[in-house]
Design a protein around this ligand. Structure first.
Ligand code: 4AD
Ligand code: MG
Length: 489
């Protein structure tokens, strides 16, 4: 008698042997002659069926075998008579680890809405949909580490608590040991941070990039993969207050190399998921097909989830400048008919509706947009030599070597750039946007001593998981979502 997770058992156990399976009851069905129990242990989307003859199990045991109860079942592995599975367990004995009162257990063998499951986020990993998502999430995380390891990158752990605002966007969560209501104050009435744990104002990191640059300018190629925090009050299906970001940073890479890496990286990890999560992705593909059927014909997606993933890994991403994209958008049907909610012209930050128009309607492919206006991007991006001009040769403005990768259904999945490696230009830019160079003197040291061209990007891990699993809401692809007014545990 051996205990194996169901995933391994279905792959390797031989018919006729005695096995023990452990897991949670999905369903129990009783017929005149037999009791059928479907058990799942989270190792796979597949359940294993266990069968007892009618009358074989005592009534008190049978009563406790309800959806959600946790059991160990021992018996012989036999070929299954029923449809849908090749083997099943002929029950010899059942041990009940923990019952689940059917009147109180919120998960029942029916399709629950995602909204309802969000309210019971502590139990939703026990559903097919969420366990599939979590396994795909794991596989993608593994593929990320594998990709960078195979390509000569070093994993650099950057600080979670930091004194710097890497994006300069002021969307930070404060970290303090001072009394928040009544903090000590200096004579001029300001909060006295010298009494704080670190002796200064500190925050949760919004990005590991600045420290990542230190790493790249010492180790050559590094990547980070850790939690990041943004106190932006965006109640959208694409934003979390706590999300995981992957940030590679490479010395001796320019914008073009950065784009090549981003495209190869994202295709490789998606390919990995397709190869290693076939059962889970087939399940999620089906789930999405059912969901699509409930939509109006014109809103239904042309491609299924699996077709979309296949399409992305086998087609080149479109590359074009922000200036060219604005041209397309300004001349697009929705712009002319006033159908965009936000107006679009050179210099504005693109809204998700504009990004999605380019990707989903115009090119019908992932798009890498480059060379954005300097004023809508972060201070550290390298300035282009020439300013952008329109078709009549009129100057539109200064641009930077930025790149955003835009995906269908998601919008921006990656943001990155070549970095400004010229000390004077960087300091001037910081002063222009009101960042005191003294506060990140250590960052500027990389430009003072042995500066080098370098570039990098950030991939929002949950947006990748969203794309691969086809989930519409980012809160459904992270085990414990943190969003405005949401932090139960
Ligand atoms: O574009 P962002 O803000 O860029 C940076 O933080 C750079 N420091 C990255 C770099 O160059 N090293 O964020 C990068 C990505 C976005 O493209 C998006 O996928 C994701 O992080 N992201 C979020 N994901 C979930 N919730 C949020 N609130 C997010 N904000 C950004
Ligand atoms: Mg961005």
């Amino acid at each position: 008698m051996s205990y194996l997770p169901i995933q391994q058992l279905l792959k390797s156990a031989t018919v006729g042997t005695s096995v023990t399976v452990k897991g949670w009851v999905r369903t129990k069905r009783e017929s005149k002659n037999a009791v059928f129990i479907a058990l799942n242990d989270g190792s796979t989307i597949n359940t294993i069926q266990a069968v007892a003859e009618a009358g074989q199990l005592p009534d008190e045991t049978l009563k406790l075998i309800t959806t959600g109860a946790c059991l160990a079942i021992t018996g012989q592995l036999v070929e299954s008579q029923g449809a849908g599975q090749s083997v099943e367990v002929k029950i010899a004995s059942v041990h009940i680890y923990g019952p689940a009162d059917p009147d109180k257990y919120p998960l029942q063998p029916k399709r629950h809405s995602l909204e309802f499951l969000r309210e019971i986020a502590h139990l939703r990993p026990r559903t097919n949909t969420f366990s599939a998502i979590l396994r795909v999430r794991h596989a993608l995380a593994f593929a990320v580490h594998q990709y960078f390891n195979d390509n000569g990158f070093f994993y650099l752990n950057t600080p979670i608590i930091t004194a710097s605002d890497a994006e300069g966007a002021g969307e930070m969560f404060r970290v303090t040991t001072l009394d928040p209501i009544n903090p000590p104050r200096t004579d001029d009435g300001k909060v006295d941070y010298s009494q704080d744990f670190f002796g200064r104002e500190t925050n949760l990191t919004v990005s590991g990039q600045l420290e990542g640059e230190l790493g790249a300018l010492a180790l050559g190629k590094i990547y980070t993969f850790g939690p990041t925090f943004r106190a932006e009050n965006s109640n959208t299906t694409r934003h979390l207050a706590e999300f995981w970001m992957i940030e590679p940073e490479m010395a001796f890479h320019e914008l073009e190399d950065n784009m090549n890496l981003a495209e190869d990286f994202v295709k490789t990890v998606i390919r990995y998921a397709l190869q290693h999560c076939a059962d889970d992705l087939a399940f999620l593909d089906n789930r999405l097909k059912e969901e699509e059927k409930t939509k109006k014909k014109e809103e239904q997606s042309e491609l299924s989830l699996l077709e979309k993933l296949q399409f992305v890994i086998s087609n080149e991403f479109v590359r074009l400048t922000y200036t060219d994209a604005i041209d397309i958008l300004v001349n697009s049907k929705p712009a002319k008919k006033g159908q965009f909610q936000y107006e679009v012209s050179w210099g504005v930050d693109l809204q998700s509706e504009h990004e999605r128009y380019l990707v989903e309607k115009h090119f019908k492919k992932p798009v890498i947009l480059t060379n954005y206006p300097r004023d809508i991007k972060a201070f550290y991006m390298k300035q282009d030599e020439a300013q952008a001009t329109n078709s009549r040769g009129e100057v539109l403005g200064q641009t930077v070597r930025a790149m955003d990768v835009l995906f269908p259904g998601i919008g921006e999945i990656i943001g990155g750039s070549q970095r400004e490696d010229d000390l004077d230009k960087l300091v001037t830019r910081m002063q222009e946007v009101g960042i005191d160079p003294e506060t990140i003197w250590w960052y500027l040291d990389t430009r003072r001593f042995g500066s080098a061209p370098h570039a990098g990007f950030g991939l929002g891990f949950e947006r990748l998981v969203q794309f691969v699993t086809g989930m519409g809401n980012i809160r459904d692809v992270i085990p414990f979502p943190r969003a405005p007014k949401q932090a139960e545990f």
